[in-house]
Design a binder for this molecule. Structure first.
Ligand SMILES: Cc1ncc(COP(=O)(O)O)c(C=O)c1O
Length: 458
């Protein structure tokens, strides 16, 4: 295929936007509607967030909020920072980013490569905590002369750029044939702006692809492994605030996608379509495939794929990472699940706020040690690993004040193994400890039951 080589730009920033659509060929269900994907990793900073970053900076320059010699500050899980770092470098600003500590190493290295300064902070803290990403970013702005907070969660220039560019591009590229838009929501900027344009212009159905436990789609807010989309809620957060740029009246419905389905879709996209994309793209395509299966042959589904898989090689594409979290089976055997045997789903746990007295009456007979969890839903049958904050020995309960909270007496969190890990490898990885203390067994990243070191040996 001959090409004229494309345009010549005066700045890398002119290359933001106008990304190609690609038709999925092999993973669409038989008889399903076609699924085309918007390749947002083709932006020069590598993600959909280049659009918002550029528009927020241009808007701040126009309003005078950002002036020459100024400093761009943002709390970001990565891609907005990368986009802002690129814009800052190209336009001569200093840049400082506060990032949650679960952000991949590759994303942090990218920020630094553009010359930005990075301030890591714990990701799983209540919104009210001064170390919370948004709180810390606001403090840095207050203390730095000439600093401007990009504030992607509250800045209208974020959704507006999608209404002005991403939406019209998709409409034009599909010749107005698009019937369904599927996109994730982090700040909600992409789905709000793109969805608004496409709903207004063509009556398009807008589907939000959301991690299963995200609050946006009605989940319990417990941690999940797909970065940058959905809404996590720390159990200690008293007021749950959603980004003001997310117009929740735009999505016509939510498709809730578990981490396992997202990650298996990401791997299929790489291996069967040649598309190396990030975890949130897996969430979006998994949702798009569901839509495709029921939308009918005349529908045309477009999914927004926010970024490339290159910055997740140490996670979503790392077999060890996937196996230890219960997303993938190790080759050979016996596996952890062969040792655990059959079990009833339903992990018995003690919420850290329940009392010693109530635990004594509730604990099933024969239980030696109980995992202690952040209180969320007591009817849950699986628990996210980070929500398991400790253990308490049943034998100790009789010696404790019956009105005390069990959390105050809990020991360290138990080790966790993937159900598809080799049993011997898992046993070696978690190291020494009491033979009968609980070891959490993870399936698709969620703790579903416990085993013991001794059981892994047999
Ligand atoms: C990888 C990835 N996916 C999805 C999103 C969500 O996009 P938005 O903030 O526009 O909702 C982001 C935002 O940072 C992202 O980095």
């Amino acid at each position: 295929m001959l090409s004229d080589g494309g345009p010549v730009y005066d700045s890398v920033l002119e290359a933001v936007g106008a990304t190609p659509l690609v038709r999925l060929r092999r993973i669409v269900p038989d008889g399903g509607a076609p699924v085309w994907v918007k390749t947002e990793w083709a932006n020069p900073g590598g993600s959909v967030k280049d659009r918002a970053a550029l528009n927020m900076v241009l808007d701040a320059e126009r309003s005078g909020a950002l002036t020459p010699g100024g400093t761009i500050v943002e709390g970001t899980s990565g891609n907005t920072g990368i986009g802002l770092a690129m814009v800052a470098a190209a336009r001569g600003y200093r840049a400082v980013f506060v990032v949650p500590d679960r952000t991949t190493k590759e994303k942090i290295q990218l920020l630094k490569a553009y010359g930005a300064e990075v301030v890591p902070t714990p990701g799983l803290v209540p919104r009210e905590d001064p170390r919370h990403v948004q709180q810390l970013a606001a403090r840095i702005v207050a203390e730095t002369p000439g600093a401007w907070l990009a504030d992607q969660y509250g800045n209208r220039a974020n959704p507006d750029v999608h209404e002005q560019t991403t939406g019209p591009e998709i409409w034009a590229q599909t010749g107005g044939r698009i019937t369904h838009l599927v996109a994730g929501a982090g700040t909600g900027g992409t789905i709000t702006g793109t969805g608004r344009y496409l709903q207004r212009t063509g009556g398009v159905t807008v589907v939000a692809a959301d991690p299963e436990s995200s609050r946006y789609g009605g989940g319990d807010g417990s941690p999940y492994f797909i970065e940058a989309v959905g809404h996590y809620l720390h159990p200690g957060t008293t007021t749950d605030t959603w980004p003001s740029v997310f117009d929740t009246s735009v999505p016509d419905r939510f498709e809730r996608i578990g981490d396992g389905e997202s990650l298996r879709t990401v791997r299929r996209l790489a291996r069967e379509e040649g598309l190396l994309v990030g975890g949130s793209a897996g969430t979006a395509v998994a949702a798009a495939l569901r839509v495709s299966a029921t939308a009918g042959p005349d529908a045309l589904v477009v999914a927004v794929l926010p970024d490339s898989g290159r910055i997740y090689l140490s996670k979503y594409f790392d077999d060890d990472w996937l196996t230890t979290l219960g997303f993938l089976d190790a080759p050979g055997g016996p596996l952890v699940r062969d040792r655990v045997g059959t079990y009833e789903p339903g992990l018995f746990v003690a919420p850290s706020t329940s009392t010693v007295a109530s635990l004594i009456t509730a604990v099933p007979p024969g239980t030696a040690v109980v995992p202690v969890v952040q209180p969320r839903r007591t009817d849950a049958t699986t628990w996210s690993g980070p929500d398991v904050v400790g253990t308490i020995a049943v034998a100790d309960l009789a010696t404790l004040d019956p009105s005390a909270e069990v959390g105050a007496h809990a020991g360290p969190p138990p080790p966790a193994v993937g159900h598809g890990e080799g049993a011997a490898a898992a046993r070696a990885r978690i190291g020494d400890g009491p033979a009968d203390a609980p070891v959490l067994v993870l399936v698709d990243g969620r703790a579903v039951t416990t085993t013991t070191r001794a059981a892994l040996h047999t």
